[in-house]
Design a protein around this ligand. Sequence first.
Ligand SMILES: *Cc1c(COP(=O)(O)O)cnc(C)c1O
Length: 403
Amino acid sequence: MAAQQLPNDLHLDTLAVRTALERSQYGENSEALYLTSGYVQSSAASSAARFAMEEEGFTYSRVGNPTVSSMELRLAALEGTEAAVATSSGMSAILLLGMALLKAGDHVICSQSVFGSVIPMFSREFAKFGVETTFVSQTDVAAWKAAVRPNTKLLFAETPTNPLTEVCDIQALADIAHNAGAFLAVDNCFATPVLQRPVTMGADFIIHSGTKFLDGQGRVMAGAICCTQKQRDDIFLPVIRTAGMVLAPFNAWVLLKGMETLAIRVKAQSASTLAVAQWLEAQPQVARVFYPGLPSHAQHELAMRQQSGSGGAVLSFEVKAPDVEAARKNAFHVLDSMQVLSLCTNLGDTKTLAAHPASTSHGRLSEAQRQLAGIGQGLIRVAVGLEHIDDITADLARGLNTL
Ligand SMILES: *Cc1c(COP(=O)(O)O)cnc(C)c1O
């Protein structure tokens, strides 16, 4: 099946609702959900040609599925890449990236502020196969440069990061990677292509957890790598069709529908997040707010330049407390006082979610490691949804006002 023919000058909002495979013979307007594991072949010769990748066509859903292909085309169109490979989760996209690119003896440079599970993926899982990883400061370009070795194959960054929303300079990291003959992979989960297209700043691979904003309604797990067509065919497909961390067609269909409203959701949720951040900064019980949209943020100017003038839809804040124990107690009080917001560690949902990173996403770190990462016991992360802004601030005020 071929991609639908569209004019090549369409805007992101249009691509988000229009890019897909061609319609079936029934002319469905909403993309079809193909729940099938196998595909009937018209002849033994055609079947042989398809298995040899000499003829286009579907054979088995671990190798390809029309609903999954439509989702991949739509995401690639939004990111501005030629192609994408869908995976069963965001973490399996990173697993696929490593399996496909790295071999024993290779070296990786990774931000030390990446999503919690990414650290053990490199430091423990890939290390088992002889890949060494150096973790460096998210924002210190010189540290990335100094970490380069002759065998450096991959630089891995995420921007903004979770939960402190640190922003790295994508173009600067791309230059370091390319001067070293290495690739740069950027996890674009927080900003989404609505705010930031890393490929336009030199990134080679864009990683997504589709579980977050792409679905946007907290329903399914999904992931993807965006890349060139040649990288998809030569580097990633041979691995995923063997290893099998493929996206289920139903989940791909949910993402197809989610991406149709991605731009309006991300813009609305980001606008609300800025308002919540400004409100929090004015609360006497709040010590500090971490949000790239605020002038108080350390990389505010870079973020505004790199993220279409928006801070995104996730913020964190620290409640005031005299010591570590009181900080934890106060943060728990704010979370337990909520009557509307969800106490939930996901993000990118239409429902506003609040969480305590020190005891959840970063709960497995030692107190010393947490201090180093800047994740205090008083820190609360808020992934702002689509509720009315006054209801969100009122719900946070319930706990803050009774500390
Ligand atoms: C959630 C998340 C992931 C992992 O994605 P899953 O779909 O949960 O496997 C990776 N990176 C970032 C930035 C995330 O927020």
